[in-house]
Design a protein around this ligand. Structure first.
Ligand code: 7RM
Length: 653
């Protein structure tokens, strides 16, 4: 098994942390016996278990059967009709939450907006009618490319209301990335903004969309929300581009929710794999709805007066599930922040916590490490006493970062839920329950209800306690992906063929004597850079698309803040020579092809790439070299690799 360069712990942290008594008293689930009974049932009688959970939702028509499982295809709540936007909005209003804030927004410049559930429904209905008027029909894919402002969830929920799956593209992706996704989803409409604020500068979203539409011309309509105004300098193409506010002026606020089938697609979300272009992960309606609501309630211990701050961008799955769908379904306010954590300075988050008083804070280890580096005095200056629960997601959290989070942000009085999951899983699968689980720094602890993980070897055999292996899931859960858009075969190949009879996660893990899972990073060629997933193959194809590059190999390397950094080994075509300028040009090229998240941390020119006799690039060797510290000189020579090649001729990658 190969292992990419995740942060390894310098600290032997063997303590366990029981949930604080004060937390347990008020927790949604606090009895260990009740938990055990529920978990047992969820695994042995999943249909009874999930059928009971689903009772609390709004259904136009109830299901005929809870689960229909023919590996690798699953259907949940078969025959049911429902609508996710109805469950996020109308149901909450019926329950008396209409005047409670659904969204509390702070823009980077400091502008604040509070939107109640009633107001949110009005905006969603109006925008749903706008979409209808533009000709969007049930099943049509709507691309959304927006910053973190309330109009992003408004656009999502409007799509959900009319049964048009959204495909959200993170605002940091490039024009090429947009055109790839628009093309793959065959999407004919894009919702965007004139721009967004990031570190005091305008991110020119509309201009990037314009560029993308030069590459792929299938998009017929662009709706533009005015976030910035004058400074954004957009050009509107007559007949194609429409201002959001113009369309909304005439829109009716009455839009009955479409009665969607349980298995109608809710959204596509593109994510990186080990080969080829990002794949469109397809999530459907009822299973995703029930799972995200229930995980939110149990894992984040949500109560009516909570304020949830999940710092993930809605462009990633964490934002879909735990900024929007899971949180609103609990009638709870979601705090949304537009900008960067270091603007105007590294105190921004703590200032916001002091001001808005969130009760639950959910962020990524990479952010925690960046805060650690700034020093605890920046945190200590602020009153964070509103916080009662902390969460971590996106990558393994090293015990040092866990302890700092616990002591400095949580003031030793908040449980930490280290939640393991993936774009494909739709919701959290391995996690502590904050009122029940004794936590161990660095472990995501135990499976959630209905989740049956295992750690196996390549042949599918369960490995011994504390032995490393592959993390698989033995039965489907409601929010499981249903397919890869347009490529069911790739779905089968990627998730269901490595290990017979199980969903293969692509992650390595070990299980300790207490049954706790310790995630060890990806075992495939997927990188996790600052909690963002990137395929080495994607970065490689961006590099070889540059005229100077003959061949490229990309591997991960340990990175103090990002968890994993990107190291690129490049051989040049005849007529090109290695130089700092060329490095910069390649850097810029990758950013243009994918986006700033893919910017290499190291580019090393080499006269050849080390290969096995069968011609496979020796990635493990490259990882070792990349991890070896500073680049000495510009060129790693062919001779260097020849020597190593001789030493490790049959080494596999
Ligand atoms: C939610 C998300 C998925 C990959 C996954 C893991 C890694 C995520 C944790 C984690 C260790 C965690 N979706 N990962 N959470 N590793 N501990 N708590 O991140 O599709 O973008 O990435 O992220 O490798 O396979 S994702």
């Amino acid at each position: 098994m190969t292992q990419s360069g995740a942060i390894t712990s310098k600290m032997a942290e063997n303590r366990t942390f029981p949930p604080p008594a004060k937390f347990v008293e008020q927790a949604n689930i606090k009895s260990l016996d009740e938990y055990r009974r529920m978990y047992e049932q969820s695994i042995r009688q999943p249909e009874e278990f999930w059928g009971k959970i689903a009772e609390g939702f709004h259904w136009f028509k109830k299901w005929d059967k809870v689960r229909d499982w023919k590996e690798p295809d699953v259907k949940w709540f078969v025959g049911a009709k429902t609508n996710v936007s109805y469950n996020c909005l109308d149901l909450q209003i019926e329950k008396g939450r209409g005047n409670h804030p659904a969204i509390l927004f702070e823009g980077e410049p400091g502008d604040v907006r509070k939107i109640t559930f009633k107001e949110l429904r009005t905006e969603v209905c109006k925008f749903a009618n706008v979409l209808k008027k533009l000709g969007v029909k049930k099943g049509d894919r709507v691309t959304i490319y927006m910053p973190m402002i309330p109009e992003l969830p408004i656009a999502m929920l409007a799509c959900a209301r009319i049964g048009a799956p959204h495909s959200i593209i993170f605002g940091g992706f490039s024009a090429t990335a947009i055109s790839d996704r628009v093309g793959d989803a065959d999407s004919h409409i894009i919702i965007t903004c004139d721009g967004g604020w990031r570190r005091g500068k305008v991110v020119p979203l509309k201009a990037t969309v314009d560029e993308a539409l030069e590459i792929d011309r299938r998009v017929k309509q662009v709706v533009v929300f005015k976030r910035i105004g004058e400074q954004a300098k957009v050009t509107m193409k007559a007949g194609r581009d429409f201002w959001w506010h113009d369309l909304m002026k005439e829109a009716s606020a009455d839009c009955p929710a479409e009665q969607c089938d349980a298995e109608d697609p809710l959204f596509l979300l593109y994510t990186s794999g080990s080969t080829g272009k990002p794949k469109g992960i397809k999530h459907t309606t009822a299973g995703y709805m029930v799972y995200t609501a229930f995980t939110s309630k149990m894992i984040f211990d949500l109560k009516p007066n909570d304020l949830m701050w999940c710092t993930a961008d809605i462009g990633w799955v964490t934002g879909h599930s735990y900024v929007v769908y899971g949180i609103l379904q609990n009638g709870v306010t979601s705090l949304i922040y537009e900008g960067s954590p270091d603007f105007p300075n590294w105190e921004r988050f703590w200032t916001m916590i002091e001001k808005h008083k969130p009760t639950v804070f959910y962020t990524a280890p990479t952010a925690i490490r960046a805060f650690m580096k700034q020093g605890r005095q920046l945190v200590d200056k602020h009153d964070l006493s509103s916080l009662r629960l902390l969460g971590s997601v996106g990558e393994p959290i090293n015990p040092e970062a866990w302890m700092w989070y616990h002591e400095v942000v949580g003031r030793k009085s908040c449980p930490i839920v280290d939640t393991w999951w993936q774009t494909e899983t739709g919701g959290i699968l391995i996690t502590p329950l904050p009122g029940i689980t004794d936590t161990k720094p660095g472990s995501a602890t135990r499976p959630f209800f209905g989740v049956e993980p295992d750690v196996v070897d390549r042949s599918g055999k369960t490995v011994n306690v504390n032995e490393g292996g592959l993390l698989v899931i033995r039965q489907p859960w409601p929010a499981m992906l249903r397919t890869v858009w347009g490529d069911h075969d790739r779905f089968k190949r990627t998730y269901w063929s490595d290990i017979k009879g199980c969903y293969f996660t692509g992650d390595g893990a070990r299980r300790d004597a207490d049954g706790y899972y310790w995630l060890m990073g990806r075992v495939d060629d997927v990188l996790n850079v600052s909690g963002h997933r990137l395929g080495t193959a994607e970065v490689e194809s961006a590099l070889v698309a540059h005229e100077a590059v003959a061949e490229a190999a990309v591997v991960g390397m340990p990175h103090e803040i990002k968890g994993e950094g990107i190291a690129a080994f490049v051989t040049l075509r005849k007529g090109f020579t290695a130089s700092d300028e060329l490095k910069k040009a390649l850097d810029a090229h990758v950013v243009k092809e994918i986006g700033a998240i893919a910017r290499p941390d190291q580019i090393r020119f080499s006269e050849a790439l080390p290969k096995t006799r069968s011609g496979k690039i020796m990635r493990r060797l490259l990882r070792e070299i990349a991890a070896g510290g500073d680049v000495k000189g510009d060129t790693t020579t062919l001779e260097d690799f020849n020597v190593i090649n001789k030493l490790r001729q049959d080494d596999e990658s």
